[in-house]
Design a protein. Structure first.
Length: 302
């Protein structure tokens, strides 16, 4: 991930990089129009790689661990494995000192690595959204077309330039798909994009969430926290996902984990945490990576 982060920052430093648009790859992503209810839960339920098209939103928005203020906002929100993004087509979106207007987007890196303001390629985005079922008649596409025409003038005058960089698929599509298998699950995504915290606090959150998944008996979520290294590591292919899920199910079958609901993890050494349940204690060892701190092992004693 260190190399990916370096590439991410290089792309940011390229200035007016239109090719930065979060244009989905059809094999990996889809877009949908926001419903009439609150936006926060709709974004929380959004799959990594998918996009939510929002029209005429106003007020505070909780997204990617941050509070963003919207003013007459129409645009697109989505998560890639390496960045969350809020694309402004109309209105404004403000995050701290950063304010994005039409033609720009807010980019949020995971693990508290920072936020950026960048341009996006409105023509590419318009083409992509127009091809999605149920979106071609949305009024926001007319506004996006107007943004694209303005960018076309900037390109013709040489004020803007285009790149092939795509924030939704950092690197290539195969690499993005592998990263989503490792860290794209909403439970892990919430922790990765949570408001910046020191590494110890973040690991405490990870261990607490893992114990919570055990206490609820949620095998799918437990599996996401398990170190992928024994199951194929980066690719998790050839049955790696299924094997990790089987390990989570076996772990749940070992004992009744409900006593660890709400347990407070305490540091017990380098990448090691201890939590006291209602009748036993657990020691959890983590393997730290540049993407996440995965659970390497858990042992339970008196």
């Amino acid at each position: 991930m260190a190399a990916d982060r370096d590439n991410w920052r290089i792309a940011m430093a390229m200035g007016l990089a239109l090719g930065m648009a979060a244009c989905p790859v059809p094999a990996l992503a889809g877009a949908m129009a926001a419903g009439t209810g609150a936006l926060d839960p709709q974004l929380a339920a959004l799959d990594t790689g998918d996009q939510l098209v929002i029209e005429q939103a106003q007020g505070p928005l909780a997204f990617a661990g941050h509070q963003i203020e919207l003013d007459g906002f129409s645009g697109v929100a989505g998560y890639g494995s390496q960045a969350a993004y809020l694309i402004v087509i109309e209105g404004r979106a403000r995050l701290g000192d950063l304010e994005a207007g039409p033609g720009r987007m807010l980019l949020i890196q995971p693990l508290g690595a920072g936020t950026e303001l960048a341009r996006y390629d409105a023509r590419r985005l318009h083409r992509s959204l127009s091809e999605q079922a149920g979106l071609s008649d949305l009024p926001v596409l007319a506004e996006l077309d107007a943004v694209a025409r303005g960018q076309a003038r900037g390109l013709w005058l040489g004020r803007l330039s285009s790149t092939s960089f795509n924030v939704a698929t950092m690197g290539n599509a195969a690499q993005e798909e592998q990263r989503r298998a490792r860290v794209g699950d909403p439970a892990l995504r919430d922790l990765r994009f949570a408001e910046a915290a020191d590494p110890a606090a973040r690991e405490r959150q990870i261990v607490g969430a893992f114990l919570g998944a055990l206490a609820r008996g949620d095998a799918g979520e437990v599996a996401q926290f398990l170190d992928p290294l024994p199951f194929g590591d980066r690719a998790l292919s050839g049955g790696g996902d299924a094997a990790r899920l089987a390990m989570a199910q076996a772990l749940l079958a070992e004992r009744d984990w409900r006593g660890f609901a709400g347990a407070t993890p305490l540091a017990a050494g380098a990448a090691t945490w201890r939590a006291n349940g209602s009748s036993s204690a657990a020691e959890i060892r983590l393997r730290r990576t540049t993407e996440f701190a995965f659970v390497q092992s858990i042992t339970v004693g008196e």
